[in-house]
Design a protein around this ligand. Structure first.
Ligand SMILES: C[S@@+](CC[C@H](N)C(=O)[O-])C[C@H]1O[C@@H](n2cnc3c(N)ncnc32)[C@H](O)[C@@H]1O
Length: 784
């Protein structure tokens, strides 16, 4: 990419850097014309699309080598490594590869099934046997292994069927004897215990969500383009929207640990792409949705199975079909990327994602023969002018590469012209704005709630596993004071209301940090850098307490709660005041709200002048009593406290907190209190760290006190039911449980309410730690 970039003539680079949305087709045409005469460009496209130079194709000899290593480990009883090698071999073996007359993939699945059985992973073993049978339905060993797994699972009826089929297809007499012996065991157990008759679901559990009942509409706003509004009142904690992505992609970091389709963690019986050796999937269903069916699994005939009862034939068909049939017509997500250099390895994720969108548009058009207007629908040229010049050139180049790669598949359906390139570029740019980071559930927390490494010292944050584009979800605008919350289960987007929303109000979620988390200027900078827009939300255009106090200094007058701001923050807040006269045009739907906010008792507590004295807002002066503070001297004291704070953080990370450190840290916090406003975020952070440190040295009551002090400040920065408070309460509840403090139950009830406000009925699935907390509360109750 860098080589291609540097090959572009300077004049053309300049033209592209200065281009406006209207000039896009012409700048795209010029670059296209230049690349068409560049051998470097043609070589790059060849590398990306020519299967003969593929980096990622299946590899027979490597598969065989991995299989031998797997066998070696298995015979030594090293099952974890055997599992690793067999999985590697499955990944590398072409579907049509045979090994001594048996399909190699089927054989590897059976070998892995034996390993999984040895490891006690019976459902995984069962799934691998079924996979082997999909490839080789007459594979006696696969039926036999399946029968054994079903015996262990207590599914004797199925076990007897598996073993009967195995007996029918086995040709060697020693093999038949072994099957007969196992069949006897199954029959005996069946007679002795009967069958539960319950069918084991080898695949993932079905989705049984509450339906979304909130009516939404897309309306144009004066400041933020289109937005989503609710038609009726919405109560707090309602599911307002649910959507699967139009296209999604896993982040590079998680390629070996998470499913490339659903983003869930990979199980022990991981499967891979049937055409290339790169993507991994957690289930047959995900594999089919990503790759499609690459070979025919249907029964050709039952030749050689004469005499097999009809119910066994039906059973065979059921086992092979599994639950892998999809109920809806789907478009395979990754199938076009298996040629040449595997695209997701070479191209940036955003470009691959744009490719997936384009493929879906073309495929949908093919199926419905309707004109899809998704590209127009996604157009976001109004942000183009704000893009840095470098990004404009990069996007032009990637759009051209992408279209040429896709043209190998779609030929005339994808004509390449300046206009087409500019549309592809608009999709690429859209991602800068729409990229929704998909999160996967936090790892299961094991052990009692109070164990180190749980709530107090480890993060309960979810991890970002992928990026996705949601068509309807893309219309939600941003607010630093959001009224809805978006979360993900697997790759499905859920949007939940976090407060009561009056009919006709815009539903806004937060793309980045919120009021209370970061100050106004940092929030705005992040949104500008990452999403190229200047935030116009209420948090950035109206005075609010958190923005006034988050970085504020303390008034020098005893007992005065007024804030003292530095020049930068004061400048930011002044800009908000300048917006005031226009407020009624910006928020015309609720002008009364503005008046209410200005009379807010909390604001007058910290900044009375702003409200009462012609919006006076002087830096270095208390906004309530006008007392002066020398901020240079205050900053020096604060930076002294900072180094102490840093040492404490390091000691916590290494779990090497010493008492003298702690004493220093407490002194520093006291010093900070004399400099900063009592609601300043830094004091809350310091209190939180002190809580962790006291916990680590076993002084639990002190830990509780500091945790509470931190929560008290956070309650000034956020509303009392904000998720940030929920996270702190989890720490407090853990400490309270540990000390047998009965207040734990109150904390847990509050946590439950807060988390269900944000995550609805999915809270416990996303944060398994909550289940542990509630469990300990129930255990306490039963004790009483
Ligand atoms: C995901 S889109 C939301 C839908 C968009 N308004 C539209 O008409 O397509 C994000 C874009 O909406 C606009 N936007 C969203 N939130 C905004 C905010 N708080 N202030 C200003 N513009 C905003 C920006 O142009 C941003 O790039």
């Amino acid at each position: 990419m860098e080589i291609l970039k540097s090959a572009v003539p300077d004049a053309l680079k300049l033209e592209i850097s200065n281009s406006t949305p209207a000039q896009l087709p012409s700048t795209s045409s010029s670059l296209l014309h230049f690349f068409h005469h560049s051998p470097l460009f043609h070589q790059m496209i060849k590398d990306l699309t020519d299967p003969s130079v593929a980096l990622c194709c299946k590899d027979r000899s490597a598969a065989l080598e991995a299989k031998l290593k797997g066998n070696e480990c298995f015979s030594k009883g090293d099952y974890p490594n055997a599992l690793l090698f067999y999985s590697q071999a499955v990944r590398l073996a072409p579907v049509d590869m045979d090994d001594v007359e048996i399909n190699m993939v089927a054989l590897l699945y059976v070998n892995r099934a034996s390993t999984l059985q040895k490891m006690g992973l019976l459902l995984e073993c069962l799934r691998d046997c079924s996979r082997a049978l999909r490839v080789s339905p007459r594979y006696a060993k696969a039926w036999f292994r399946r029968g054994k797994a079903n015996i262990s699972l207590g599914k004797f009826v199925d076990a007897i069927r598996d073993l009967n089929i195995s007996l029918k297809v086995e040709i060697s007499s020693s093999g038949k004897r072994q099957i007969e012996a196992e069949l006897m065991i199954a029959l005996d157990k069946f007679k002795g215990m009967g069958s539960s008759g319950k069918k084991i679901n080898e695949n993932q559990s079905e989705d049984c969500d509450e339906p979304v009942q909130v009516k939404l509409q897309c309306v144009s706003t004066t400041t933020k383009g289109r937005g989503v509004f609710c038609v009726d009142d919405v109560s707090e904690a309602s599911l307002v929207h649910k959507e699967d992505p139009y296209a999604a992609i896993i982040l590079k970091k998680y390629r070996e640990t998470h499913c490339h389709f659903c983003f869930n963690e990979l199980p022990a019986d991981v499967i891979s792409c049937t055409s290339c050796s790169i993507p991994l999937y957690c289930s047959d269903r995900c594999q089919i949705q990503a790759v499609g069916r690459k070979f025919d699994w249907s029964f050709k005939s039952f030749n050689g199975l004469e005499g097999l009862a009809d119910d066994l034939k039906n059973y065979m068909a059921d086992v092979r079909a599994g639950t892998s049939t999809l109920d809806t017509v789907h478009i395979a997500e990754h199938s076009h990327e298996c040629q040449g250099f595997h695209w997701p390895l070479i191209l940036p994720s955003e470009v691959v994602l744009a490719g997936r969108i384009l493929v879906k548009v073309i495929e949908q058009k093919r199926r419905t023969s309707a004109d899809s207007n998704l590209i127009e629908f996604l157009d976001l040229s109004h942000n183009y002018l704000q893009l840095p010049p470098e990004s404009k050139l990069g996007m032009h180049i990637y759009s051209i590469i992408l279209l040429h790669c896709l043209q190998h598949l779609y030929r005339t359906e994808l004509p390449i012209s300046g206009i087409m390139v500019s549309k592809a570029r608009s999709i690429l740019q859209k991602f800068l704005v729409l990229n929704v980071e998909v999160t996967s559930a936090t790892p299961e927390v094991k052990g009692p709630v109070h164990e180190p490494g749980n709530a107090l010292t480890s993060s309960l944050e979810q991890v970002k596993v992928g990026q996705a584009v949601y068509v309807a979800g893309s219309f939600f605008n941003h607010s630093c004071q959001p009224n809805i919350h978006a979360y993900f289960l697997s790759r499905t987007l859920y949007v939940q209301s976090t407060e009561y929303i009056i009919a006709g109000t815009e539903l806004e979620l937060s793309y980045g940090p919120q009021v209370g988390q970061w100050d106004c200027k940092d929030r705005q900078r992040l949104l500008e850098d990452r999403y190229s827009f200047t935030c116009q939300c209420t948090g950035c255009s109206e005075l609010n307490v958190p923005d006034l106090v988050i970085n504020a200094y303390r008034c020098t007058k005893l007992n005065c709660l007024g804030v003292i701001l530095d020049r930068t923050v004061a400048g930011c807040e002044k800009r908000k005041l300048k917006l005031l006269p226009d407020a009624s045009t910006v928020y015309c739907s609720s002008p009364h709200k503005k008046v209410e906010k200005l009379n807010d008792a909390n604001i007058s507590e910290v900044a009375r002048h702003v409200l009462e004295s012609d919006y006076k807002l002087e830096p270095q002066h208390c906004l309530v009593c006008d007392s002066y503070r020398d901020l240079e001297a205050s900053c020096a004291a604060a930076s002294q406290a900072d180094s102490c704070y840093k040492r404490l953080q390091d000691a916590i990370a290494l779990n090497e907190v010493q008492s003298n450190f702690l004493l220093d840290a407490v002194r520093c916090t006291d010093l900070l209190r004399t400099v900063f406003h009592p609601y300043n975020k830094r004091i809350a952070e310091m209190e939180d760290h002190l809580a962790q440190a006291f916990y680590l040295v076993g002084e639990l009551q002190a830990a509780i006190d500091h945790c509470k002090a931190s929560i008290q400040i956070l309650e000034k920065l956020y509303d009392a039911n904000h998720i940030a408070i929920g996270n702190e309460l989890i720490k407090l509840a853990s400490l309270q449980i540990l000390t047998g403090n009965s207040a734990a139950s109150n904390s847990i009830s509050r946590i439950t309410a807060i988390f269900s406000r944000y995550y609805g009925s999915h809270a416990d699935d996303i944060y398994p730690y909550l289940r542990l907390l509630k469990g300990s509360q129930d255990a306490d109750k039963s004790h009483i």
